[in-house]
Design a protein around this ligand. Sequence first.
Ligand code: SUG
Length: 467
Amino acid sequence: MTSRSYSAGSANRQSKGNCKLPTYEVNFDGIVGPTHSYAGLSYGNLASAAHEHQASNPQAAALQGLDKMRFVHELGVRQAVLPPSRRPRLDVLRRLGFAGSDAEVIEAAGRTDPALLAAVYSASNMWTANAATVSPSADCADDRLHLTPANLVNSLHRAIEAEETSQVLRVIFDDEQHFMVHEPLPPGLTLSDEGAANHSRLCREFGEPGCELFVYGRDALDASQPRPQQFPARQTRQASAAIARRHGLNDTTAMFVQQNPLVIDQGVFHNDVISVANQNVFLFHEQAFVETLSRVQELARQYEETCHDRLILIRLSTDDLSIQDAVSSYLFNSQLLTRPGGGMTMVCPQECAENAAARRCTEQLLAGDNPIDQVEFLPLRQSMNNGGGPACLRLRVVLTEPELAATHGGVIFTPQLHDDLTAWVRRHYRERLVEDDLRDPQLAMEIAAAFEQLSSILNLPPRLFGL
Ligand code: SUG
């Protein structure tokens, strides 16, 4: 492991009005939906393939997620929630030619194409790092916070999230003076977009202009560029560039880097499986990018120019952590959080404590010359078994105080909301779900009742849940 800082350039800070305002990073975690299951739907995501057809425990999954939110909240870091989407999406099955009553549609899909039924039942919108790309107002030309919901066109079960996410974000960030919620990028593999999982922001203080790092897996329009041979590259350069353009980022704010296709072929299906950033810290694997070292040095220079500060680069080598261990432990998918009183906490999945190399890395990080002074291992196995670690479960939204005040209050996490959601999960969620259960029309009815109650707990309009 090597750690190095880049020295600061001129201290001639350029600041926009917003930096005077108190500004917070708010982590919006997805509430795990009642149909969390293991359907093996994500090609290139090794955990998803390894757990295909196993029994899931939706109740445990949702409670693990809620407990993580409470942990983050208790650190003093702002926390909020994004709701699960109503499933099954029978409208999608009807568009695909299944007809009759709801029960008949479910029965016919389950009989003729069980994977299709599993896709419209998937609770995958729990991984809110894929919900959208978010640029804080300090970075954007019009001083508004910009959000682009991800189109997730790489797979059906995720693509059906895009429209739902757009609607939810429009309700939560419903103030055009402060927020701009864009349409998802037009569908199609040229503009394949997976949201914040491939986007990192570096900054000195959250409210100051930062550097936004867009990591793409392939250039969709230049076949001479390297591409993975086996697994899909889910983010294109064209998608990342379009988002930076529509968010009004300038050339010194946005930087585009290609993910190493060799690691995509080893199961690194998003950048947040191989690097993580928080404020002035960038933790990355030496194999993360095409020409990692020169690209990271470029990032450090850009950071210095934009933020007039030193970037702390922490590089893990393959000797420190093999790609295989990075993928199975999800060390880079930890949440790196700044505590309000100072210092950074790394929220790792329990799997990091159980993997000798990953555990050693956390010890070295704690001992090293960097702001990380606390490491916690949290149990998130239900989500991890589908390839979703702590960082996958949250969307980071940097909000100034007036922006936070303009955000829908019903989704802001409080101990009371934790208790209400816990009781709701215990009441409505099953403790075991297998593929065959999806064919039981009773499941769809149970879910409708659960969503009615959720809409009132979060004070969100019932229409968001197809009610
Ligand atoms: O898109 N898994 C998700 C995991 C997303 C992780 N997100 C981040 N790295 N930010 C995916 O591959 C599996 C569903 C299944 O197989 O049932 C799934 O969709």
